[in-house]
Design a binder for this molecule. Structure first.
Ligand code: COA
Length: 372
């Protein structure tokens, strides 16, 4: 019998569509419990890692890489700082790549050109330098050199030309730690697939960057802020209904794994509340937060009416938008900033995948024509 003569019942099940629920790797790096809304990163609760004092990005990088490589990682802070300095020293030939109008395209092109052959921490340290330098060049400004005495989050803000603020740097640290890893999300899977072929670090990171750019993955927080702006002086439900009626998705809502509110949304709300407390003169944060909660509630009511059997709650991107805005990161750089944090997880997964020595090569169900 030819395959095109098979009935739908005879064919292998298509339940693996989008690989939902398919386990393709063992990992020690992070665990997502979608039913209970819990996230473990490197064996610790995400909120404890992110909101502890001092919860620096370097700490989670060290823990993830130790687990990924299976050996102790030493002098991570120093090596990341040196990597920033080294990347800055190599910026000149990357000016064209860095000036590409889309920050994610610029990050991808500059990383590929500037970090090829680099070791893991070298690539990780280079990313914030490329993001910041690209933003400055696109604005017609000179890139700002890194300061190796700083932690990664505060140095990233400095390189962007943002005002010094320990409170905001702490909020950015909380963000970077929280997004550092999240199970086998699309970009991490992409990075692991490339790592499984035996390729070197940079192409794996490029695969992660490419996947992260998409609005269904890391490209949502910019549109979330657009939504908050659009509903600022109107009734959110009417605006949201218009979006759904036009066949568009509500950005920042829904998740492949979570059936409850994304735990990272809680972490970011707490980080925002902490920042608002530390900057009482900045009333915009509290106002924005209250408005975001109203929009989230309205979206959830509408979505649960449309999909009573499929809980669609706020995901990480919803409050990412607010947190990064409060820190002062320009909207166009939200996804690239996500990449700066998530690259920690990519690197650890790349190492973990390499240690398996196993090529990832799934199968497809052929539904095309067969010649007679
Ligand atoms: N707005 C409106 N409808 C949504 C929705 C959203 N944000 N998310 C899911 N849905 C709907 C889908 O249209 C689908 O409806 P249908 O069954 O009538 O076709 C149903 O809910 C199930 O969606 P599905 O695409 O199967 O879910 P998924 O697990 O593949 O998608 C996301 C997960 C994240 C891609 C999806 O929720 C989404 O697109 N969210 C908006 C983008 C976003 O915030 N991305 C960041 C993710 S962290």
């Amino acid at each position: 019998m030819h395959i095109n003569e098979l009935t739908a019942e005879d064919r292998p099940p298509a339940g693996a569509s989008g690989l939902a629920g398919v386990v393709v790797a063992d990992t020690r790096l992070s665990h997502v419990d979608g039913e209970r809304g819990q996230l473990l990163i490197a064996g610790a609760r995400a909120e404890e890692l992110a909101l502890s004092d001092p919860g620096h990005f370097e700490t989670v990088v060290e823990r993830l890489l130790e687990l990924g490589t299976g050996r102790p990682e030493v002098r991570v802070r120093e090596r990341l700082a040196q990597a920033r300095v080294a990347a800055f020293a190599r910026l000149e030939p990357l000016r064209y790549a860095l000036s590409l109008s889309d920050p994610m395209d610029a990050l991808l092109a500059a990383s590929a050109q500037g970090s090829a052959g680099g070791e893991a921490l070298g690539v990780l340290g280079a990313l914030p330098v490329y993001v910041a330098a690209g933003a400055r060049l696109r604005a017609g400004q000179h890139p700002i050199a890194p300061d190796a005495t700083r932690f990664a989050a505060e140095d990233f803000m400095r390189m962007l030309g943002l005002a010094e603020s320990p409170a905001r740097a702490r909020a950015l640290d909380a963000y970077l730690v929280t997004v550092s890893d999240h199970g086998l999300n699309a970009s991490t899977f992409a990075a692991r697939v490339v790592a499984s072929t035996g390729s070197d670090v940079m192409p794996c990171i490029a695969a992660g960057l490419g996947a992260l750019k998409g609005p269904l993955h890391g490209g949502a927080p910019g549109p979330v802020l657009d939504m908050l702006d659009a509903t600022a002086s109107t009734e959110p439900s009417a605006w949201l209904e218009g979006e759904l009626a036009a066949g568009r998705r509500i950005m920042g809502m829904g998740h492949r794994i979570y059936r409850v509110r994304d735990p990272r949304a809680f972490v970011f709300e707490r980080a925002l509340a902490r920042l608002a407390g530390e900057e009482p003169e900045n009333s915009a944060i509290g106002g924005r937060l209250a408005h975001a909660r109203r929009v989230e509630h309205a979206a959830q009511v509408l979505l649960s009416a449309r999909h009573p059997d499929r809980p669609l709650c706020a995901n990480v991107e919803f409050y990412t938008a607010l947190l990064l805005e409060a820190v002062g990161i320009p909207r166009a750089l939200f996804t690239a900033t996500f990449a700066v944090g998530r690259a920690a997880g990519w690197l650890a997964h790349i190492e973990e995948q390499r240690r398996t020595g196993r090529l990832i090569r799934p199968a497809a169900r052929y539904v095309g024509q067969v010649p007679d």
